[in-house]
Design a protein around this ligand. Sequence first.
Ligand code: TPP
Length: 378
Amino acid sequence: MHCPEKELIGLLHEAGTDFMASLPCEKIKVLLELVAGSFQHLPLTREEEGAGICAGAALAGKRPALFVQSSGVGNMLNALLSLNGFYELPLALFVSQRGVYKERIEAQLPMGQRLPRMLQAAGIPCSVIRSGEDFSIIRKKLAGTYRKNRLQAFLLSPAIWEGSNVRTEAGRGPLPPAGSIPVMPPARKSMVSPRYTRFELIQAVAPFLASRVVVCNLGIPSKELFAVRHQPSNFYMLGSMGMATPIGLGISLSTSKEVVVIDGDGSLLMNPGTLATAAFAAPANLTILAIDNGAYGSTGNQPTLTGDCVDLETVARGFGISNTLKTASKKELIAALQGRGQGPRFIHAIAVPGNSDVPNISLHHLENKAEVMQFIRA
Ligand SMILES: Cc1ncc(C[n+]2csc(CCOP(=O)(O)OP(=O)(O)O)c2C)c(N)n1
């Protein structure tokens, strides 16, 4: 049996690692499920906070490890250097390295391929793990990380997990269809019960997005929108998680055209401060449609905190956006989208998790950019 995820869990036990935090990558979804089930584990909203939380855990004598995607290292470099490294607080950084092996998302290349050189320039020791045969490197360096109070990055190639026989909930693929899983805590459920998936909501609203500039969240949401109804004014994000609302805000402040951002709960939680900036700038032509499925849908439906303790509509109101709506109804969504000039507006669309099986976007990103720019100019 080929069980690299279980082998790695064994190595972590052996090194006495006892505090874990993660922000998911699709390539390590099975590993993450095992990590969460085997150790004290905290799901993160942004990689950078993981550096802080692990610094705190190390101050209290723990042996922390962080699991992130290569893109996420870009979100945490300052904290790694000026906190964990500077105070000599040990941290093992397990990075799912994208852009180097059978990569299908081009936006993963710039960060993923340069990461070893970036870490080198930052003075963070880094080992590339290409297969299970390299696990001996992890065994050796992990022990030194905690003994010498060091930072140590392990770049995990997706090749490691190929042919793995480990099966978990996440490994089984998409969650069951709408209505069959309880994802909302009782208090929120009684307010609005989710009925539809993100895909079903996108299908419902797509015809009503005509003549608007639409900025769509990265990952499967963009693929779904492209498959349902492409129009030249749709900007599809392929990377830069957390930037959908900031991009939409920038556009809305620079044109009189109506702008709709289709954002996600995981992405909004990564960068919630942008809601305050939007409230302050107050563009009347900006609508943020937050499709809240309580999960990091695109990376395997790992739960986000909106399924637990966060109400995004309350967050938006607290940051100063007063025109808000919470709904799970297609009819209410469509009615809300027909209004113009009522921004900044925050529509909190409650959905059940689940992804549709849509192909990749068959439009080059620079062509996409050119189309959107032309639409905005016209
Ligand atoms: C900085 C960074 N960290 C992690 C990822 C991996 N990632 C891509 S999409 C995604 C989930 C986004 O979740 P959400 O915004 O809730 O949208 P959903 O897919 O659920 O609709 C994650 C974690 C990434 N691309 N960039």
